[in-house]
Unconditional design. Structure first.
Length: 817
């Protein structure tokens, strides 16, 4: 019997502040400026017209979709324009419900135009659309085709006037200015890493989306129409008729007694985004979108600002105390904005300098409040981190680990990461800083030194960890050039590897270990604890931001208080004048997800079970014409009695099928994949098939390899399964036997072949050295579990999404009928 704990999302994701494309979001929480502009009657009277059908729709011909992700509509338009012969006779109508006002149409929560928080990732570039040839997309009108390459769409605008763009970033966020300056090369902006503020991305993206929708209205009315509803929330998905789902909608802010309007659709896309809620409220609390001027107005209103001369700028008064909830990316958003109102940060043409002379004046200015004190590490990126010609762990070996049924591959893999980092740094695995207990201040000082070393061209532990975890996140070994290694592996294992490195392997690696069958037998807490660490190192903070926070800890300007920010007595004891409390992810804030409880098929109560393609199912197993792109697949925590030796209160996560709802690149790639699925479903229905979802999945199943071919391919990895176990046992032996770092490097140089491993172990035995450690090594080698890969059905069931190749196969199968 399991007790579902569904009140808050898994903490792994509560700490990550990602970036959504235009999705249905919670009501905007903005600063005074933004609130005034959005409520201005003159501005609201001049609203942009919503694209509407030019003529009455024929319900027999027009398929009606509810979609909240504007990117999806644009990718659908691109696909239809690139394949006019394949969509002849189709007519799609999209209804888009957005909780934000029209002033923020399409920006999503984190890219609202008033947001001065920095990006913490890059922006995705050109995304291929299955079913559309690249040449066809390249030839499209820029208003449509341009948005299929978001990075170029954003950077092209910035490159029109680099100097002006720098001034805009400088006004908004000095840490973001440093990122922008670092991204400029010969007049071009590199969007592969964080390079500006989220609000600037929103400001550029928003008019481009409007132009795309205007193009659709003017040129595509015969095949595609779009209708948008702003300040409207979806409160329920009705699946009584799974092939004609209904949405119940009402205006944001409507009285609780207001009866929502029921609207019927042929298909529904649930792109509800990341539901946020305010953990703390009160007169001295702000959960506003991070905005430079908004922060200043809030502090002024609370009496924390002073002006010390006729021409002086307002600054935070000495002795002020400001609490910030959290110690990760969303909490960091406020730091460069707050420090702009002190003398501690001096603007430069390329970012900022830190002037410590007034640190004493601002001692204890910032108090970060979190339960654990664990902070986001710096996102140090350096392609030379894995320049060794021979990887200590190959992609083929990791593939073997991830093929194995019901196997905690991540905890097993960690030994290789530690060995790789230790070897690169010339130290012992036990001496790695990230494994040592530190106070929050000690950890921050360590991060400051890491960033300084990186800027001086040195190899860093933080950089190695980011690189190693990022590779594992996508299912790849320790390569400086993982793309080449991936092509070689696809050549060896096309059935199990094609199009799967990256998002699909990241998601597929979670399926079995969070399955009810696994959790019924054992806890997966250790796996997800390790997954949290991996996630935090992948979704890390850009150095320009992390360094600012870290140095404030080092100077005593920032401190940490361990506790619960929702405990009013605890917060009061901190003596903070005001509290900045970023909104927190909360599953209960997603009314649609909560409303599905017991109305759809579930893994455990409150956790939907998804069919291939992210389709919901009814309790009777019928496919619902609703595809979930939101938080539903991120799993639910459960408390299980478990085995007799289980830790009391030990929690496992059940039903996790994806973990990247808030990733901007996941949204872009998801929209590109969902676009042909949407057109396929429409085409199947238009041809009179009463079960389009079932037909789509039948096409998919028909394209699966035969059991014999699949078994033949996976059998190749039995050798890697054995090899990787022997290598791991050997690395553990070396760590135990080595007296110092030099000896550890010498010993581990023998890990790469069975012959050299055997030779070193034989030498230990002959010299009667490390007998206990050698015994453990021999026991581990003799006790290697049998290689037990999944069946063809079970393997592909791990992947809730159709791969691009699978979508293309379905497209080809249907369009040739």
């Amino acid at each position: 019997m399991f007790e579902a704990e569904n009140s808050k999302i898994n903490p792994l994701f509560a700490e990550f502040f990602g970036h959504d494309l235009g999705v249905q979001e919670l009501p905007t929480v903005v600063d005074t400026d933004a609130a005034e502009s959005s409520s201005n009657p003159a501005r609201r009277a001049g609203r942009r017209p919503r694209p509407r059908p030019a003529h009455r729709r024929d319900p027999a011909r027009t398929l009606r979709f509810r979609a909240a992700q504007l990117a999806l509509v644009i990718y659908v338009a691109a696909l239809m324009l690139a394949n006019p012969s394949h969509v002849k006779g189709l007519k799609l109508h999209f209804s888009i419900y957005e909780m934000q006002s029209e002033d923020e149409a399409g920006s999503g929560y984190s890219c609202q135009t008033t947001c001065d928080g920095a990006l913490n990732t890059g922006v995705p570039g050109q995304v291929a659309i299955p079913g559309a040839k690249a040449a066809g997309v390249a030839g499209l009108d820029a208003d449509i085709g341009g948005l299929t390459d978001l990075a170029n769409a954003i950077t092209a605008e910035l490159e029109k006037n680099i100097a002006k763009a720098k001034e805009e970033v400088k006004e908004a966020n000095l840490a973001a200015l440093e990122l922008f300056a670092e991204a400029i090369h010969a007049g071009k902006v590199d969007a592969s890493e964080a390079f500006t503020t989220r609000g600037i991305v929103g400001k550029i993206q928003q008019p481009k989306i409007e132009r795309a929708l205007a193009y659709i209205q003017e040129h595509m009315q015969d095949v595609l129409t779009v209708e948008r509803f702003f300040e409207t929330e979806v409160v329920e998905l009705v699946v009584a008729n799974p092939r004609k789902p209904q949405l119940k909608v009402r205006k944001v802010g409507a009285a609780a007694a207001t009866v929502p309007t029921a609207v019927e659709f042929d298909f529904v896309h649930l792109a509800n985004g990341t539901p946020w809620t305010a953990l703390v409220t009160g007169e001295t609390v702000s959960s506003a979108i991070p905005n430079q001027h908004g922060v200043g107005k809030f502090l002024t209103a609370k009496g924390l600002m002073v002006t010390e001369g006729p021409n002086a700028k307002p600054q935070i008064r000495g002795g002020a105390h400001i609490g910030i909830v959290g110690l990760s990316l969303s909490a960091y958003d406020y730091v460069p904005l707050l420090l702009r109102y002190t003398s501690l940060v001096v603007p430069t043409d390329s970012g900022y300098d830190i002037d410590p002379k007034d640190a004493e004046k601002y001692q204890g200015l910032l108090t970060f409040i979190s339960r654990t004190g664990e902070s986001a590490p710096p996102r140090i990126v350096n392609p030379k981190h894995f320049a060794d010609p021979q990887p200590i762990l190959t992609s083929a070996e990791l593939h073997a680990l991830q093929l194995q049924k019901r196997f905690d591959w991540l905890t097993f893999w960690k030994v290789f990461l530690d060995a790789n980092v230790a070897r690169a740094l010339g130290t012992l695995p036990t001496d790695l800083a990230y494994k040592k207990a530190m106070t929050p201040k000690e950890r921050m000082v360590h991060y400051a030194r890491q960033i300084e070393a990186h800027r001086n061209g040195s190899l860093t532990e933080a950089g190695l960890l980011h690189a190693g975890y990022s590779l594992a996140y996508g299912g790849q070994g320790f390569y400086a050039d993982p793309a080449t290694a991936e092509r070689e592996l696809v050549g060896k294992a096309p059935l199990t590897r094609t199009d799967r490195a990256g998002f699909l392997l990241r998601r597929g690696s979670l399926a079995e270990i969070s399955s009810l069958a696994y959790v019924s037998q054992q806890s997966n807490k250790a796996f997800f604890d390790e997954y949290t660490t991996m996630h935090n190192h992948v979704a890390a903070s850009p150095p320009a931001i992390q360094y600012l926070v870290a140095r404030m800890f080092e100077l005593g300007v920032a401190t940490h208080a361990a506790g619960d920010a929702t405990n009013a007595a605890f917060v009061k004891s901190l003596d903070s004048s005001v509290l900045l409390a970023p909104l927190s992810l909360d599953r209960k804030a997603d009314a649609v997800l909560v409303g599905l409880k017991q109305r759809v098929k579930e893994v455990v109560q409150g956790q939907p079970e998804y069919a291939k393609g992210r389709f919901l199912r009814t309790p009777g197993n019928a496919l619902v014409h609703a595809i979930d792109m939101g938080m539903g697949g991120q799993g639910t925590r459960v408390v299980s009695p478990g085995p007799a030796n289980a830790v009391v209160g030990d929690q496992s996560i059940v039903g996790m099928r994806w973990s990247d709802t808030s990733f901007l690149d996941a949204a872009a790639y998801g929209a590109a994949s969902l676009a042909p699925v949407t057109v396929l479903l429409s085409s199947i229905a238009a041809k009179g098939d009463p079960q389009p979802a079932e037909r789509l999945l039948a096409y998919y199943k028909a394209g699966l390899p035969s059991p014999a071919k699949f078994d033949s391919e996976v059998a190749q990895f039995k050798a890697q399964w054995t090899e990787v176990h022997e290598k791991r046992a050997f690395l553990l032996l070396c760590a135990e036997a080595a007296a110092d770092a030099a000896q550890y490097l010498k010993y581990t140089d023998q890990v790469f072949t069975a012959a050299t491993r055997k030779q070193l172990v034989a030498g230990f035995t002959q010299q009667k050295l490390h007998g206990a450690a050698v015994g453990r090594y021999e026991n581990a080698v003799e006790g290697i579990p049998a290689f037990d890969p999944p069946s063809v059905e079970d393997y592909f069931e791990r992947f809730v999404d159709l791969s691009p190749a699978e979508i293309q196969s379905c497209w080809d199968a249907h369009m040739t009928v």
